[in-house]
Ligand binder design. Sequence first.
Ligand code: GLN
Length: 476
Amino acid sequence: ETYLTRIRLTEPQLKSFLHLSDAVLRDAGEIDRKIERNEEVGPLAGVFVGVKDNICTADMPSTAGSRILEGYRPPFDATAVRKLRESGAIVVGKTNLDEFGMGSTTEGSAYQFMATVGGFSLCGGMGSRSSEVTANPWDLSRVPGGSSGGSAAAVSARQCVVSLGSDTGGSVRQPASFCGVVGLKPTYGRVSRFGLVAYASSLDVIGCFGSSVADTGTLLYAISGHDKLDATSSKREVPNFASVFITQDFSESKPLKGLRVGVIRETIDSGVDPEVISSIRGAASHLEELGCIVTEVSLPSFSLGLPAYYILASSESSSNLSRYDGIRYGNQAVSDKLASLYGDSRAQGFGSEVKRRILMGTYALSAGYYDAYYKRAQQVRTLVQKSFKAALDENDILISPAAPSVAYKIGEKKNDPLAMYAGDIMTVNVNLAGLPALVLPCGFVEGGSVGLPVGFQMIGAAFDEEKLLKVGHIFE
Ligand code: GLN
């Protein structure tokens, strides 16, 4: 009831959700009854979870923020959602996002208003904001980041305890930084992608938001593991991430003694807000106080990651999005000819950023340009992987800002796609390399009425989420 009241109060201003479940109280009552009967309840019993609307849920629509999937109700739950429900969690609703995960502000959603309110009445006044897009809880005139902006805003405003997002090039980490919450991008393959609407399949991962490292790690543990429905999910054993927090010894004065931390030189350089850089330096000295050996490390291929990412992500998306033909899912245009039925359904169903990606991707994959763009970008990807490997052989973790700036104003970059892409520089390399990364709040800069949060990113070796969570838990 407390969470529902909180949602009723905050949602008219924030607009983090696209759909709210009308079965939350029933689900919660069911858990209460199980507890009364002394029956087994899962480790997340009664925990309110928000789920990004590109992750399939059988009991609510799953639109991926696109008109082309308007009204689509999957006949199944994504594996991550199924596991959450089996752990006792309650899915409270589906959160807003940039269409198909393409964007960095959540302004790219096709739905700029509450699409479905389930059993709730949310007409309790519109607050002070006139804009209809998802807002940043720290300053309603700013973006929450994206593409998982709804999931980050919902946790930040305590509309739910934890939430799921997806991260193809930074969509969990950058909004976590903008909204002052913890965001975790797992290693590629750690969490099943079954039921995650595909954007760029070789980069996509489902990730976690929480207001503490412990919450975030506990959520990761609940959704991790091999799944025969996703051939790229790993068979590696999943350590009990939740136990990291129970066994931590806080009596040590230097609990991180000897841990080698590399600050990525290219990320604290020109083009990054000086206030962000000083917050990252502050985080680095805090790690030093905790016993870490902090040095600077150079990743020479760092700046190549951004163009390579946009070529590869657009190429894969142009292929993945060919399934939306107006026949199998969602919206269908009225037409008596098959070719124009496909064409019109796509023209009406996709937004402008999605069309831009499809055009860029189709161009990069076309016969005459394949070698110059797609193949070259794959070569850069290998370079990026090698340089991370070398840096992580010398260091336990690498750190950088999560974004070059704090949250900016709604509308500021909306009509400048290149400026928007440039803001992803801190995060995309990690997806190219498939590595895990944890974003934590590390300070505030002036802005809004109470200040704006800054996040820093810790990158670990593949499948070493446990180390990131340990360090993050001590850090916070
Ligand atoms: N902003 C990046 C993009 O638009 C990353 C998005 C994501 O991680 N889903 O591609």
